[in-house]
Design a protein around this ligand. Structure first.
Ligand code: CUA
Length: 165
């Protein structure tokens, strides 16, 4: 404050250096976000829609009779219901090379849904349908687990996806 206009614009040498360093750090973070999102396929789970948990078993609800549905050759949707302490269904068979869109909701408390060896990792909340899409190219068994603590038998809440050659 004060002094001539030239003095008011003066930036200390070290302050200037730190400003440049912080701009570089921000640029690095932005590049890392773009690289992970676009180049490495890391994706954020989306909220597909809201749903009243009391309506999960209503006639016509996809969660009343959850499971795999083929939309087109190689394209599937999978409706999955989480509840204490299991997933329905808890074993799914799909052909290798399939693209699967997951729709997952909870009928009671907060659960998690993580498929090992994939980038599918979601929170599962009552009242919300969480969605993610992934491809299964390599045949094998992919375990999925609940990774949000949901009570006494949380550790028994798992299932598997069997990708068939
Ligand atoms: Cu469901 Cu932990």
């Amino acid at each position: 404050a004060g002094g001539t206009p030239a003095e008011a614009l003066h930036v200390d040498r070290f302050e200037g250096a730190w400003i440049r360093i912080s701009v570089v750090i921000l640029a690095v973070f932005l590049l890392a976000v773009l690289a992970s999102g676009f180049a490495m396929g890391v994706q954020v789970p989306g909220v597909y829609q809201r749903i009243d948990p009391r309506t999960l078993y209503d006639p016509g609800s996809p969660f009343a009779n959850p499971g795999l549905r083929e939309l087109a050759p190689g394209k599937y949707e999978l409706y999955l219901r989480a509840q204490i302490w299991q997933f329905a269904p808890n074993e799914i068979h799909i052909p290798a090379g399939s693209e699967v869109t997951f729709y997952v909701t909870s009928q009671d408390v907060q659960h998690g849904f993580k498929i090992m060896e994939t980038n599918v990792n979601m929170m599962v909340l009552p009242g919300q349908i969480s969605t993610l899409k992934t491809r299964f190219d390599t045949p094998g068994t992919y375990e999925f687990v609940c990774h949000e603590y949901c009570g006494q038998l949380h550790h028994t809440m798992f299932g598997r996806i069997i990708v068939e050659a």
